[in-house]
Design a protein around this ligand. Sequence first.
Ligand SMILES: *[C@@H]1O[C@H](CO)[C@@H](O)[C@H](O)[C@H]1NC(C)=O
Ligand SMILES: *[C@@H]1O[C@H](CO)[C@@H](O)[C@H](O)[C@H]1NC(C)=O
Ligand SMILES: *[C@@H]1O[C@H](CO)[C@@H](O)[C@H](O)[C@H]1NC(C)=O
Ligand SMILES: *[C@@H]1O[C@H](CO)[C@@H](O)[C@H](O)[C@H]1NC(C)=O
Length: 361
Amino acid sequence: MSAKIKLRSQLHLLTGFMAGFICAFVLLLYVYDVSRVSPCWSSSSSSSSPVSIATDALSRAEVLPVARILCMVLTCPENVEDLARSVYETWGRRCSHLLFVSSEHYQPLGVVQVVEASGGSYEDLWNKTREGFRHVWENFGQDFDWFLKADDDTYVVMENLQHLLSGFDPDTPVYFGYKLTRYNVSYMSGGASYVLSREALNRFMTQAYESPVICPEPKKMGIEDFYMGICLQNVGVHFVDSAQSLDGDPRPKFMPLNLEHYLADSNSTIPDWLRLMSVSRVETGLQCCSNYSVAFHYASRERMFLYEFLIYYLRVFDHNSRAERNQRYLLTSTDLNSRFPLEDNLNIKDLIQMSEKPENF
Ligand SMILES: *[C@@H]1O[C@H](CO)[C@@H](O)[C@H](O)[C@H]1NC(C)=O
Ligand SMILES: *[C@@H]1O[C@H](CO)[C@@H](O)[C@H](O)[C@H]1NC(C)=O
Ligand SMILES: *[C@@H]1O[C@H](CO)[C@@H](O)[C@H](O)[C@H]1NC(C)=O
Ligand SMILES: *[C@@H]1O[C@H](CO)[C@@H](O)[C@H](O)[C@H]1NC(C)=O
């Protein structure tokens, strides 16, 4: 009799445990699915590899010079407290200088207004980008080597960007990103973020910005990234597709989709436009993206913190590392008793007395 009850309660426990596990799993999937991003606009073209910064292993004298990278993040008033703040609290801290540009000042995050309050919508994106670059050029043009343009729903791994840029001279005209082609015009996807060298920005501002002949004038059109491609081609800037920017690493590094959409090993999560317009091969699964990936688009606040945790916090225990192994020692039974004393099972000693307890929980 009591054995039967015991078995039953064990079964309940097991079912409860399994149900809990399934619920958690379903919830996780649901959370992923509903964590849709609503950026200020929705651009048409719009890896959790562990980062081990080599300086650990280098002596002080050998520390490599670090490029000065200014990050210009486009945002809008509706997004400052959600997406812009997430950038500010995660990857933005690793920029040499982080600057948000918008159609309204916002003091807590140092957001700068670069266009009229009425000129901040998706239609005005090209003007906002142009004016953002003008602000950056006038105030910081000589103080930085590289200029990253990201949207407020982009997540960037700054150390991998440093790695990618270390092979290039900022005084040569270069432009990095995820290369797309449309109407036979090449450009870098805006949502995946792109990077201009100091010389590329110089040419944009001194030769392209004012010229309606070689660079589209501000007008009600949202294709900021496409226009930027036109302007930079016309002033002799080299386009470096991220798939070709590191020798021996032919995978893309600026990703125009979010990581889950690449990792879901099916074509349904890869939109047709991406395959049609991409210059590099679009692969799914773990082969999708370089181990030194730099940027991922469509990052909600939740996704930014997910990337942040997986890249910078989560550690995989290394059994062969003496330092990690030495943090553990074998507990004596005295330690075991004092640190993990036995549970007080007074109330469950006699299961017959438990019959009035609920059966399901
Ligand atoms: C672009 O922005 C500037 C700065 O706010 C403004 O003076 C100009 O009128 C805008 N142009 C268009 C076409 O919106
Ligand atoms: C692109 O260029 C190719 C070769 O020059 C040409 O055949 C094609 O019509 C062009 N496509 C567009 C959309 O202009
Ligand atoms: C996905 O599409 C590509 C190109 O259209 C094709 O080569 C590949 O086999 C497809 N993969 C799957 C899993 O359907
Ligand atoms: C990327 O990382 C994985 C896991 O460590 C490794 O197996 C793979 O060889 C790496 N790929 C490249 C191209 O280095």
